[in-house]
Design a protein around this ligand. Sequence first.
Ligand code: GLN
Length: 308
Amino acid sequence: SPIPDYLAEALRSVEADQSGATADYIPELADADPDLLAAGLCTVDGHVYSAGDAGVEFSIQSISKPFVCALALADRGFDAVLEKVGVEPSGDAFNEISLEPGSGRPLNPMINAGAITTHTLAGPEEATPEARVERIIDGLSAFAGRRLQVDESVYHSELSHAYRNRALANMLRAHDIIGEDPLVAVAGYTRQCSLLVNVDDLAVMAATLANRGINPVTGAPVVSAKVVRQTLSVMATCGMYDGAGDWMTRVGVPAKSGVAGGLIGALPGQAGIATFSPRLDRHGNSVRGVELFERFTADMGMHLMEVP
Ligand code: GLN
């Protein structure tokens, strides 16, 4: 296949760009090797290709959000989830206190306020917080096709700095959007964000969305096609935070970024793509990841709004 060579060539074309900076709010992210660079692609018929530092693991961070949103939709149904979290782009940064005036409902599940809420909606209603975290790890592992592990040092570091997320969770509790101890919700959400992945895992996870919810490598059904449609729509409109409109016009695929430098895009019916490069732009999106995706769109004509 020409794909690995193509990916390697794409990586070389962005290699020199050292702009942006690693996330600085915890030492584990601040001290990441900023030069790491990788890309992976998984087709809906289950072929996985990658190039660069593809074996390197990093924390999934916000890329967990669409998958946990999908699990919540699958486990509780659309009405129960939509009652608590909206689907409107916030146009704000990922950690902004974007709650609907009055109801206190977070605007969407891709910002932290919404993601903390969907975290509490995964699994059966009566599940303990521990069982819910297990459900999420099992579910994200099913998307990836292998057992994912928590990076305990990222988890503890992140939790000890989670003042802003605690503030968000307290607001959510005050509005009865979440029905439990806000600190417990933040701890679970932080564990979810601390799961370790590499670009192959992320490409398979994205490809599972591109493949109507069936993992193309393992063949396992993970969520329904209806849940996938909802999830990809929210990724398309809200996945890149306050950079979402720019992303949709320039790249044109549903996507999600994470603060460790990961980025995924799902091309419905075709492939899942993932990149990793830790330096971030002002929106918190990977600089070289965005450049790579712009290239992929130009080369492969993957913009969804382009008439073939
Ligand atoms: N764990 C991070 C947080 O909640 C995730 C943010 C991100 O990846 N954008 O702040």
